[in-house]
Design a protein around this ligand. Structure first.
Ligand code: ADP
Length: 290
């Protein structure tokens, strides 16, 4: 209930605040059952209308997968819209890659982060009923749970997906700059392949630890240029690599991984793999690492 949520966050005190995003402020709380939760609170008057809120709840209430952040409950009261999610104690992928969360991801953990979140997305695309296009895949929306299992979060921007082969036309391009599928940007035709593009950018971040746009340059362009300079296997790429993994002895599957990422960010959606194809490829790379 509203009163319980209020109590669990010390009246939504600043001390319990863990962040703020497109939706509103996010608080840490503990439910009477002892479960730790992240409480997203949006006060009325925010851009997001009640209709969109209800759509989000309906989506989330149907979706359960070990690589997705589960919606524990929701509350519509006193002019506020509140979403209650499972608490992810180990922060976002972006925080790990920028060294802010104190969690160092070695190469194998990065592969697992990619595989797990790809499985979560495959579930959304192919198994959820109705299918869901996430629309805002980025490294801030992939969180790490207590076991460092990656979990895809934030369906605030997702809409019910139509048949993935003939994406419906929406009027407004949504998403995060640097991750937006260029084909979607041009045509406003949204499909699962738009998520695949965004996911390719996430994979490049896992390799380079760079933001998708730095000093006005896009990571896809930068990696493509580095690869063109390659005479020997991944020489040019070496310069783009995250220093934190550059000196690791054993980067099995590194070239294949970058190759897959570059397929995901192909200009033409038809040239990109599906999420489930990607999962199979990533599983093969991980097997080689075991
Ligand atoms: P954005 O709109 O930028 O994606 P969110 O509103 O989803 O941001 O979340 C803002 C911040 O709150 C995130 O960057 C993250 O640090 C934190 N956060 C969000 N969801 C959770 C969660 N389930 N568990 C722990 N922290 C979370």
């Amino acid at each position: 209930s509203y009163d319980e949520l209020k109590k669990s966050t010390n009246n939504f005190s600043e001390k319990n605040e863990i962040g703020s995003g497109g939706y509103g402020k996010v608080y840490r709380g503990m439910l009477p059952s002892g479960l730790f939760v992240a409480i997203k609170r949006s006060q009325q008057g925010s851009k997001q209308g009640g209709h969109e809120f209800k759509t989000e709840i309906e989506l989330l209430s149907r979706v359960h997968h070990k690589n997705l952040v589960g919606l524990v409950g929701f509350c519509f009261e006193q002019g506020e819209q509140i979403l209650v999610y499972e608490f992810m104690p180990n922060g976002t992928l972006r925080e790990s890659l920028s060294g802010k969360s104190g969690i160092y991801l070695d190469w194998k953990m990065r592969l697992r982060a990619a595989l797990g979140s790809a499985r979560g997305l495959t579930y959304l695309h192919e198994l959820a009923i109705p299918p869901i296009i996430h629309r805002d895949i980025n490294t801030r929306n992939i969180l790490l749970d207590e076991n460092l299992t990656p979990r895809v979060a934030d369906f605030g921007l997702s809409k019910l997906g139509s048949d993935s082969s003939n994406g419906h036309v929406s009027t407004q391009v949504k998403g995060t700059p640097g991750y937006i599928d260029p084909e979607y940007y041009m045509t406003q035709k949204l499909t699962n392949k738009s998520d695949v593009y965004s996911f390719g950018v996430v994979m490049l971040e896992l390799v380079t630890a760079k933001l998708p746009i730095e000093k006005g340059k896009h990571i896809v362009h930068e990696v493509r240029m580095a690869m063109d300079k390659n005479d020997e296997e991944c020489y040019g790429l070496g310069n783009m690599m995250d220093p934190a993994i550059r000196n690791a002895a054993n980067l099995v599957g590194f070239v294949r991984f970058v190759d897959l990422a570059m397929q995901c960010v192909e200009e033409s959606a038809a040239d990109r793999p599906t999420m489930s194809e990607l999962v199979k490829e990533l599983e093969t790379i991980i097997l080689q690492n075991d």
